[in-house]
Design a protein around this ligand. Structure first.
Ligand code: NAD
Length: 289
């Protein structure tokens, strides 16, 4: 039976270290890191993440400001706000809450955030650092997955890693992070699924990360004996939240498996806080130079 790979204990340890670091930074610079969230309209699907951000920031001593703009705010106005936030030296990091209303071009907004204030690590220049194998601000969910995998103590060198899902927030950056660890990395996606060859990739995965958003897509019987399974998917089935992997069956074969909820989620918010602190430090270091 697989060992549960829970996010909370790992997140708690990272946050304990962050809290100390933030206290030190505060006594050194007389200021705490400050994270500003930009939300356009209110969206129930991001409410849980938003609540977690506010709670985590408060517990850690990170100043958190939520800017909620009306649902019909024009693109130009949000761009102006981001420009102002970029220029404000008191602000360490900025996050654009997704999803955004249809008149808003989210990608353009993310590109406008100053790359040193990019709390979610989604600015092209930060993604470029991930490609180059040396990053300080990386996409939070991808970092969360890597942290979970590494928490098992596995040496990724040469290991067969299969990622299902090639989104810009999870699969793509995670594949680059794993390559920089010399894992043999395969990325599957809708094309792989529709061709009917998902099982043959998954069956050889010593590490499997699934980020699709389809309950039960990954059958338990496909899991390799002793695999590490990280299930990023969040799906509502009736009154339950489940992942993309058939949990019960997969647990009989895997060595480690994340629960859903309680696996990747708690670490994603922690990575956002970590990025905020990294951003603050990078900005302060620049000043001293
Ligand atoms: P996305 O919709 O951007 O990407 C989905 C990916 O799945 C794509 O690469 C697509 O090609 C692939 N896909 C779709 N159907 C497939 C199939 N039948 N076979 C193989 N691949 C298939 O998704 P995303 O934003 O990366 O999110 C994925 C899931 O992870 C969602 O359930 C989301 O809610 C969840 N998520 C969780 C966290 C967290 O912190 N726990 C963070 C982000 C996303």
């Amino acid at each position: 039976m697989a060992e549960l790979l829970k996010g909370k204990p790992i997140a708690d340890k990272i946050k304990e270290d962050l809290k100390k670091e933030i206290e030190d930074l505060k006594s050194k610079f007389g200021k705490s890191p400050k994270l500003v969230a930009v939300q356009i309209g209110e969206n129930s699907s991001s409410a849980v993440y938003l609540k977690a951000q506010i709670k985590n920031a408060e517990n850690l001593g990170i100043e958190y400001v939520l800017n909620t703009l009306p649902e019909d705010t024009p693109q130009q106005e949000v761009e102006q706000l981001i420009d102002d936030l970029n220029k404000d030296e008191d602000i360490s990091a900025i996050i654009l809450q997704l999803p955004v209303p249809k008149q808003i071009d989210a990608k353009r907004l993310v590109n406008l955030i100053d790359s040193v204030k990019d709390a979610e690590g989604m600015h092209p220049s930060n993604l470029g650092q991930v490609l180059l194998g040396k990053w300080s601000l990386a996409p939070c969910t991808a970092s969360a997955c890597l942290t979970l995998v590494e928490s098992t103590g596995i040496d990724l060198y040469g290991k067969e890693v299969v990622i299902v899902g090639h989104s810009e927030i999870v699969g793509k950056p995670l594949s680059l992070m794993l390559l920089s660890k010399f894992a043999t990395t395969t990325v599957c996606h809708i094309g792989t699924g529709e061709r009917g060859v998902l099982p043959e990739h998954i069956k050889r995965a010593e590490v499997l990360v699934v980020a699709v958003g389809k309950a039960g897509l990954i059958k338990g019987e496909w899991i390799k004996e002793g695999a590490i399974v990280v299930d990023v998917g969040i799906n509502r089935v009736g009154d339950k939240i489940v992942g993309d992997v058939e949990f019960q069956e997969a647990s009989k074969r895997a060595a480690h498996i994340t629960p859903v909820p309680g696996g990747v989620g708690p670490l994603t918010t922690t990575m956002l806080m970590k990025n905020t602190v990294e951003a603050f430090k990078a900005q302060k270091a620049k000043k001293i130079i």
